[in-house]
Design a protein around this ligand. Structure first.
Ligand SMILES: [Zn+2]
Length: 309
């Protein structure tokens, strides 16, 4: 029998599933997430999909799932997007597959683990990953292990205070880093810059997106450059706070905003030295994430590999 591991990335609208053997990815799939009835269909849906996608000569030995909420000791402590309260994932999956190894990770931590073992973090044991999307997520790996924190809330780097009494954040606090460097934060900064200047700009009267802002800066638009300078300075300041605390070998930037690529990375790296403590100022490496949307399924695969070996 061929031993199979499933890596699952559970999102609010879609569930991504990766089927792996010990050599790597065999196939990947996506199914819709049914969040009705307190999300009680999610685990049975995943279990029946996996059962239907195992060949006669294949045996499921492990399954790990990444969820959009805090996780501690294998228990999900609530995930609003999928209507979960406290769910003991291992217990629930064992009802369908009694003899397999079950793992559960916070989704950002799963992406971190995937990127670390199969992406641009390969070979590093202490790293930080920031996911710059609509919000700003993060994950911390120490000594090759995901650091979850006492209540599963480590890596909430989006809510580092960048500016006291600054912009209101969805979390209820003020001045959170996320409000300045996420896709939404970048657009907000651009609006401020446009409002305070009379200078001509490609950005005027446009539907602003972080992509348009970075693209305009790349072709030399003066106001777009001002926005990207501010945003990358904010980001560098936030990253330095994290690095001054845990001193990672490498910082990986992922998520939609990181599509701005080396332009973004270079600016952040340059500005980082202005905020980082001297002993880590020039030793901290920076890289872009490479696995994109697959990072989660790879991270969950690694979670099981780590438990088997
Ligand atoms: Zn916040």
């Amino acid at each position: 029998m061929k031993k199979i591991i499933f890596g699952v990335d559970l999102g609010g609208t879609q569930i991504k599933l990766g089927k792996f053997d010990f050599d790597g990815l065999i196939d990947k799939y996506a199914i819709d997430t049914n969040i009705s009835d307190e999300g009680s269909h999610i685990i049975p849906d995943i279990a029946s999909f996996i059962k239907g996608n195992l060949k006669k000569d294949e045996e499921l030995v492990g399954l790990s799932i990444g969820v959009p909420g805090p996780v501690a000791c294998g228990v999900v402590l609530g995930a609003q997007n999928i209507n979960w309260l406290k769910v003991d994932v291992e217990k629930e999956f064992h009802k369908f597959f009694p003899n397999i190894i079950v793992g559960v990770l916070n989704d950002a931590n799963a992406a971190l683990l995937g990127e670390c073992y199969f992406g641009s973090g390969k070979g590093y044991k202490d790293l930080v990953m920031l996911t710059l999307g609509t919000g700003l997520g993060g994950g911390i790996l120490i000594g090759g292990e995901v650091y979850e924190g006492a209540t599963g809330s480590s890596g909430e780097v989006g809510h580092i205070c960048l500016e006291r009494n600054g912009r209101s954040c969805t979390c209820g606090l003020k001045g959170c880093l996320e409000q300045y460097v996420s896709a939404t934060g970048i657009v907000r900064t651009a609006k401020e810059v446009l409002l305070n200047s009379k200078e001509e700009s490609i950005l005027r009267d446009k539907d602003l997106t972080s992509k348009l802002i970075f693209d305009s800066a790349k072709v030399g638009d003066k106001l777009a450059i001002e926005v990207t300078e501010r945003v990358t300075d904010d980001l560098a300041c936030g990253i330095a706070s994290i690095c001054n605390t845990i001193n990672p070998e490498i910082v990986i930037l992922g998520g939609g905003v990181s599509a701005a690529g080396s332009f973004l990375l270079k600016k952040v790296e340059e500005k980082f030295v202005n905020y980082a403590f001297y002993s880590l100022r020039f030793s901290t490496k920076f890289a872009l994430a490479v696995l994109g949307n697959d990072a989660g399924i790879y991270g969950n695969y690694q979670n099981i590999l780590g438990k088997i070996k």
